[in-house]
Design a protein around this ligand. Structure first.
Ligand code: DGL
Length: 261
């Protein structure tokens, strides 16, 4: 059985690299729904329908563990997947998201004012505020939607993305931590660290998700023993063109990416 990773597009390759770097021996299948990207400006119903299709596909590909690497899909669908869909459709499969590990990481060092930058749908769901407040109700959380960042990064237009990032961060008031709540934003983490005061901790999912997965597998031996270890990595997307190939290559050098049949 494999580890499945799902994202709305190619940004999740950044998280996938973190998993493979930490745990190279496992077999992974990545599925990016490039055809329907971006999810951030879609309705909750659309995001749920796309994510269900993707999860069913990964289950059909023999995944025992599925990680929703997309913050937007996690925000809108994870609870439904875990509580309703999986128990009925595939009770032996586990589905995890990226929000809980991120809020755990964000609250490690006595944070008090946390900014969250994410897509429109993620911010609309208020999931970061809800989950952060479960860990510490006194936290001040400022969530900001950055709808133009993903399109700029998908176009490989880093100058535009940096200019946008500079404008967006001005809207946060005296934060001590900033959660980059979107698969694509680790690509800008160095820039965020440059433009923010050094006292602001920038929380970038690529830097801890590998360790979080390892920790999960150590605590869940019943899943770990079902996972095969041939170091086989498979990457698929719902739509593939030259541009996507180039973006995939820049995010994951040497990648062999194919269109899902
Ligand atoms: N993968 C999405 C996320 O992490 C960003 C791209 C999109 O809007 O689909 O929120």
């Amino acid at each position: 059985m494999k580890i499945g990773i799902f994202d709305s597009g190619l940004g999740g390759l950044v998280i996938t690299r973190a998993f493979i770097r930490q745990l190279p021996e496992y077999d992974y299948i990545y599925y990016g729904d490039t055809k329907n990207l971006p999810y951030g400006d879609k309705t909750s119903g659309q995001i749920l329908a796309y994510t269900l299709d993707a999860v069913k596909y990964l289950i059909s590909q023999k995944c025992a563990l599925i990680i929703i690497a997309c913050n937007t899909a996690t925000s809108i669908t994870l609870r439904y997947l875990q509580q309703r869909f999986i128990p009925q459709y595939a009770p032996d499969v586990k589905v995890l998201g990226v929000v809980i590990p991120t809020v755990e990481e964000a609250t490690l060092f006595n944070a008090q004012k946390i900014g969250v930058i994410a897509t429109m749908a993620t911010v609309r769901s208020q999931i970061y505020t809800t989950e952060l407040h479960k860990l510490n109700p006194k936290l001040e959380v400022q969530e900001l939607a950055a709808p133009e960042l993903v399109p700029a990064l998908e176009d490989n237009n880093f100058t535009k993305a940096q200019n946008l990032a500079s404008e967006y961060v001005k809207q946060f008031k005296e934060i001590d931590s900033l959660i980059l709540g979107c698969t694509h934003y680790p690509l800008l983490k160095t820039y965020f660290r440059q433009i923010l005061p050094p006292s602001v901790r920038v929380i970038s999912q690529d830097e801890f998700m590998g360790e979080k997965l390892q920790d999960y597998l150590t605590r869940h031996v019943e899943i770990d023993i079902t996972l095969s270890r041939n170091a086989q990595y498979q990457f698929e997307v719902s739509e593939l063109n030259e541009h996507y190939r180039q973006v995939a290559e820049s995010l994951f050098p040497g990648i062999n990416i194919t269109k899902k049949e």
